[in-house]
Design a protein around this ligand. Structure first.
Ligand code: UDP
Ligand code: MG
Length: 345
């Protein structure tokens, strides 16, 4: 059993190596989103490079300056002069942490991508542990802030509830989606498109695409410098984003099944309520106007028709989306004796 698993792991590795994608130039890419973190950067660089140097692998550190208004960019530049591995992508304005992660991934050339917060709440010393776990054959290793050092109720409790909801809806069971400290194989995240607050859903996406995902507890420290960029409103964005992600996964190819299904259910309610209304009138002589049934019948009838029409509209959008970008509605993991196939993302 064990040896079979190892064979599969080895086969996956060789497939990855032989895949149509260009081979990554480096072993590791560390991606750090930065927004107004001028005080943390020096300590972060010192601690991160100490760890990375010890690993003895080829690496790059990509800092994405997300439109900071403080001296973050200057401080980064000063460090980049000393360390050529430190690369900087600087945004024109603040686009948010997800956009920063995307830019980091787009500019990275490492086989394994590690994401990390700039504020030292994540501990760079945990990176070797993540990499050990990756070498067991996982495609995504996600950090779990088991001992989270943020405001107890306002942040920790709320986020625990949010994590439960995300876990239930997505079917990918992690304790902590919001922890930035994660490691990914570059081929599960290259080409991924993220919007809103969706960087936390990368493991979910990856898992839906067939990646092997696991979670390990990591350290978490209280913020020493600067302050958190988020408040409670983030929770609503996260839940709405989750609905989008779930919708895109389940119905992006056939939206009519969702809209049409809802529309048919609504029409069924309309039918039942219409017949009941007529039956009441004929059998019991109850005036239709005295019951809420006429409004219910009319409303559900209209909603039903509108939903089906919306579904048709969505079907046209989907066709434009797939066909204008030459996308396919499937993903290929590997092929044999075929050399002109690349997997669509
Ligand atoms: N961040 C960013 N753009 C933003 C907000 C935050 O790049 O618009 C970065 C921030 O600099 C930090 C990371 O994302 O490195 C996490 O932010 P924060 O520590 O404020 O989040 P929290 O730990 O409070 O959830
Ligand atoms: Mg933080």
């Amino acid at each position: 059993m064990e040896s079979l698993q190892k064979q599969v792991t080895d086969a996956r590795k060789s497939v990855r190596r032989a895949s149509a994608m260009p081979k990554p130039a480096l072993q590791l890419s560390v991606i750090i989103p930065i927004y107004n973190e001028e005080d943390s950067i020096a300590v972060l660089c010192e601690r991160l490079f100490a760890v990375m140097d010890r690993l003895g692998r080829t690496f790059e550190v990509i800092c994405v300056n997300d439109g900071s208004r403080d001296r973050s960019l200057q401080v980064l530049r000063e460090h980049a002069v000393l360390r050529p591995e430190l690369k900087i992508v600087s945004f024109r304005r603040n686009f948010g942490q997800t956009a920063a992660m995307m830019a980091g991934i787009d500019h990275s050339s490492g086989d394994v991508i590690i994401s990390l917060d700039a504020d030292l709440q994540n501990d760079p010393d945990d990176i070797p542990m993540l990499l050990d776990k990756m070498s067991e054959g996982y495609d995504v290793v996600s950090g779990w802030r088991k001992n989270r050092q943020d405001a107890a109720i306002r942040r920790n409790l709320v986020s625990r509830m949010a994590n439960r909801i995300i876990s239930t809806i997505s079917g990918v069971h992690l304790h902590d989606y919001g922890c930035t400290l994660k490691a990914y194989h570059h081929d599960v995240v290259k080409g991924i498109r993220l919007y809103g607050e969706m960087h936390r859903f990368i493991p979910i996406y990856a898992s839906w695409m067939g990646a092997r995902v696991c979670e390990i507890p990591v350290r978490h420290h209280a913020r020493k410098y600067g302050k958190s960029k988020y408040g409670l409103e983030r929770i609503f964005k996260v839940i709405l984003d989750l609905i989008v992600v779930k919708y895109l996964d389940r119905y992006s190819v056939k939206p009519i099944y969702l809209f049409g299904g809802f529309g048919m259910a609504s029409l069924a309610v309309s039918l039942v309520s219409g017949f009941y209304m007529i039956w009441l009138k004929l059998a019991e002589g109850v005036s239709m106007i005295l019951t809420p049934l006429p409004s219910l019948t009319a409303m559900t009838f209209l909603i039903g028709i509108m939903s089906i029409l919306l579904g048709l509209l969505a079907e046209m959008l989907v066709r434009t989306y797939f066909e204008s970008q030459n996308r396919t509605s499937y993903l290929v993991r590997e092929t044999f004796n075929l050399d002109d196939v690349d997997d669509a993302g």
